[in-house]
Design a protein around this ligand. Structure first.
Ligand code: 13P
Ligand code: SF4
Length: 319
């Protein structure tokens, strides 16, 4: 069996030699999150990951996450080399919203402001007026609604419905969903809550409506981690990718964390709520990509230029 400590040490050395820094999403393996933090990198939600690239002086960013995160990093930092342990790691939201069908959908609704979730391809972003992540979706939609704008929203229908409910904005929804969050079951959560009446329920807004309705806190990954650290409850039921438990345990080691059920209470399992694409990131392929220095994330310059505008709009709004 491979000696994990030795592998981590080799990666540390490679990062220094290659002027590279790690940026990892909360859903990736705990070893990757730990290594990112130990080596001056960053562990974050989608919005903070996007911001980090431009503040880091390193010439190479190694993005541990899924493809759209690497693409966003490249769009914002074209001068940097962007590597990923698993470039083939996609996302069901991105896959379910191809530009070939999304473009004509936008053309059919020219009166609407196009708002797309960060979990989309560079081509889809290039077609948008705004890009948002879960941590900024509500304020952006409120802002557009206040200005009397009608919204075309893609691709996550659950997040879209939640934003619509909270803001009252006029939103036309694309029918996409996240394969991880869609598995959470409202009826099973109800039963689990009865077993743990003092538990606070934390839900990511990519979850179905009957799960979101039972939440004490609905929010981005960063918001949910903050809730575990700050709320007085001793027990939390968590409806998001289980990768987040590493950071929650680090921030609040004494709290009890229970995974929200993906079917009946008896059928809860550790691996039911883990993104298969986030899981493709590992120490082994991280070492391999650092050694090879490729493949880099490449984006067509015309697409990049166009996709930068809605991302910049989001980053400026978030400031
Ligand atoms: P956030 O980290 O922005 O909440 O996004 C969650 C997600 O599903 C990323 O793939
Ligand atoms: Fe996409 Fe869901 Fe995986 Fe996030 S957790 S990358 S939204 S499939």
């Amino acid at each position: 069996p491979e000696d994990k400590a030795a592998l981590k040490e080799r990666i540390r050395r490679l990062l220094a030699e290659r002027d590279a820094v790690l940026v990892a999403h909360y859903y990736t393996d705990g070893d990757l999150q730990e290594l990112a933090e130990e080596t001056g990198g960053y562990v974050a939600d989608s919005l903070e990951m996007a911001r980090f690239g431009s503040t880091s002086p390193a010439s190479t960013l190694v993005v541990c996450g899924v493809r759209f995160m690497g693409e966003t990093a490249k769009i914002i930092n074209p001068e940097k080399r962007i590597l990923m342990p698993a470039q083939e790691a996609t996302c069901s939201l991105d896959e379910g919203c191809p530009i070939d069908t999304f473009g004509p959908f936008c053309d059919a609704h020219p009166d609407r402001t196009v708002v797309v979730y960060a979990n989309t391809s560079a081509e889809v972003k290039a077609r948008a007026d705004w890009v948002v992540t879960s941590s900024i979706a509500l304020p952006v939609a409120r802002h557009l609604h206040d200005q009397g704008q009608r919204i075309l929203w893609a691709p996550d229908k659950h997040l879209g419905r939640y934003v619509q409910q909270m803001t009252g904005a006029d939103m036309l929804l694309w029918p996409g969903s996240c394969v991880v969050h869609e598995r959470f079951k409202g009826f099973a959560l109800e039963r689990l809550r009865r077993l743990h009446p003092d538990a606070a329920v934390l839900v990511h807004p990519e979850s179905p409506a009957d799960v979101v309705e039972q939440a004490d806190v609905v929010g981005s990954t960063t918001r949910l981690i903050q809730a575990v650290a700050e709320m007085p409850n001793e027990t939390f039921i968590v409806a998001t990718d289980e990768g987040i438990f590493w950071k929650m345990r680090q921030q609040a080691p004494d709290k009890r964390l229970i995974a929200a059920p993906t079917a009946g209470v008896g059928a809860t399992c550790e691996s039911c709520a883990h993104c298969p694409w986030m899981a493709m990131n590992a120490l082994q392929n991280l070492e391999a990509v650092l050694l090879a220095g490729r493949p880099e994330i490449e984006i067509d310059p015309a697409i990049r230029e166009r996709a930068l505008l809605p991302i910049q709009r989001m980053l400026e709004f978030a400031r």
